[in-house]
Design a protein around this ligand. Structure first.
Ligand SMILES: [Zn+2]
Length: 118
């Protein structure tokens, strides 16, 4: 077992967790990730997707803020790393090219053609 330290994302109090070294941390967030399952720090969280940490509980060094935050492990599905939808939602949206692509298909035969190859 290894002792790993985490900072509360709200007040930066340090919590120390005893855990197996092989679990890969993804992130620490003030909110649970969509699709992740969390266990309490006193439960066996090795088989879950993350840990719910209460800031100010036994594992916290100092007072803490009393709020809950979430340690998420890296999650794999079919060999691919799963990205939480929650994080995707807060990322800036990419410009959509769907409309432009549809127009290009309609104009495929008669429309002007652009050759972007040098
Ligand atoms: Zn805190």
């Amino acid at each position: 077992m290894t002792e790993v330290r985490y900072y509360c994302p709200r007040c930066e109090a340090i919590a120390s967790l005893e855990r197996e070294g092989y679990l890969a941390d993804k992130c620490v967030t003030p909110y649970p990730l969509d699709g992740w399952e969390y266990a309490a720090t006193y439960e066996n969280f090795e088989g879950t997707d993350g840990v719910e940490i209460v800031c100010g509980a036994d594992e916290t060094d100092g007072e803490g803020c009393g709020e809950v935050y979430y340690l998420s492990f890296v999650k794999f599905e079919d060999g691919e790393e799963v990205e939480p939808r929650h994080l995707a939602d807060v990322l800036p949206s990419r410009p959509t090219v769907a409309g432009a692509r549809r127009d290009a298909d309609e104009d495929d035969d008669d429309g002007p053609r652009f050759d972007f190859e040098p």
